[in-house]
Write a protein that binds this ligand. Structure first.
Ligand code: FDA
Length: 293
């Protein structure tokens, strides 16, 4: 499947909608353009589920190369990084320690240029390790963020803990196929859980980052922030590059902090397939574009 999708003639055109480029040189002008328009970014070097220790070192080096370029641009926290620990070898034998050892220099380098890193949430089996790494990194770099997923039953408890300890937390609906034993399956149930978690975050001590394109959740966020007495710089919205771009600009123009999750790199397969799965129309469009080439 991976080989077929990667080689299909119409793939590139559809991938380009969601992936900002393959190299640091290609993504830097996109960051400059976004910041020039009043947006902020979180940069993701695509990649996940690596199988060798060397690939973990390569992941570290790819982020260090990016940070080295960002240093000269002086965007500070306007350009932060998102990382997937499975790209740092979390699933390998001894992978928890390996991922921590290789992500730490990235967090350190980010802090040295005045910015930070957020740990993405992957499938539910990885989360205890992700939260433990997050706690460990926060001892030296308290601004390190993490992601929680509204579809998981465990997340309200995670949100309470993170909100009480003052963490930066991105809340998303969740993008992995999870079993009914651990996650809500019904969209309306997920949305309700999202709102309950939003309340916990807004009423807590931390910095909520609202990762969603859902207009209803955006309106609810604004209302909950108002009720919690939060100023515009005490939370932020986040959306994905290539999705509802007009809305990015509208919220920024209203004075909100709007951060665009900007993925780039060559190992885009997993990221791209999750974007296709989120919206049936994307699959139809993709199917048409490979058939008509
Ligand atoms: P929903 O899926 O209901 O979409 C609302 C509307 O947004 C749709 O009607 C459509 O208009 C538009 N839209 C949404 N997705 C689209 C798509 N793929 N293509 C075209 N239009 C689309 N997940 C995870 O498990 N771990 C993580 O670490 C992250 N990180 C992350 C960061 C950021 C900044 C965002 C915005 C999202 C994530 N996600 C994630 C993904 C998240 O879990 C979820 O799958 C998507 O955001 C889609 O959910 P929405 O909240 O946008 O609502």
């Amino acid at each position: 499947m991976r080989r077929f999708v990667s080689a299909a003639p119409g793939t590139k055109q559809v991938v380009d909608r969601f992936i900002a480029g393959e190299t640091v040189d290609q993504v830097v002008p996109i960051v400059e353009d976004a910041v020039g328009k009043g947006l902020e970014v979180t940069l993701d070097v695509v990649g996940e589920d690596i199988t060798t220790v060397e690939q973990s070192h390569a992941a570290r080096d790819a982020y260090l190369e990016l940070i080295d370029r960002l240093k000269d641009l002086g965007f500070g926290e306007k350009a932060e990084m998102s990382v997937k620990l499975s790209m740092f070898g979390q699933a390998l034998e001894g992978g928890h320690e390996l991922a921590l050892a290789n992500v730490r220099p990235v967090v350190e380098a980010a802090a040295a240029i005045g910015t930070t890193v957020t740990l993405d949430a992957e499938d539910h089996t990885t989360l205890d390790s992700m939260f433990a790494i997050h706690d460990e990194l926060r001892k030296d770099f308290p601004q390190t963020g993490c992601v929680i997923q509204a579809y998981l039953f465990r997340t309200e408890d995670d949100a309470r803990r993170l909100a009480a300890n003052g963490s930066r937390v991105r809340i998303v609906k969740g993008a992995y196929k999870e079993p009914a034993e651990v996650a809500y399956q019904d969209k309306a149930e997920i949305d309700k859980a999202y709102v309950r978690i939003l309340k916990i975050l807004m009423d807590g001590e931390g910095y909520p980052m609202i990762g969603s394109h859902d207009p209803r959740l955006i309106a609810i966020t604004q209302e909950l922030a108002r009720r919690a007495g939060r100023k515009l710089d005490e939370y932020e919205f986040q959306m994905l590059y290539g999705i509802r771009s007009e809305e990015h600009l509208r919220l920024a123009a209203e004075g909100h902090r709007m951060r665009v999750y900007t993925a780039y790199g060559t190992d885009w397969y997993g990221y791209f397939m999750r974007r296709l799965a989120e919206k049936p129309a994307n699959l139809l469009f993709f199917g048409r574009s490979i058939l008509t080439k």
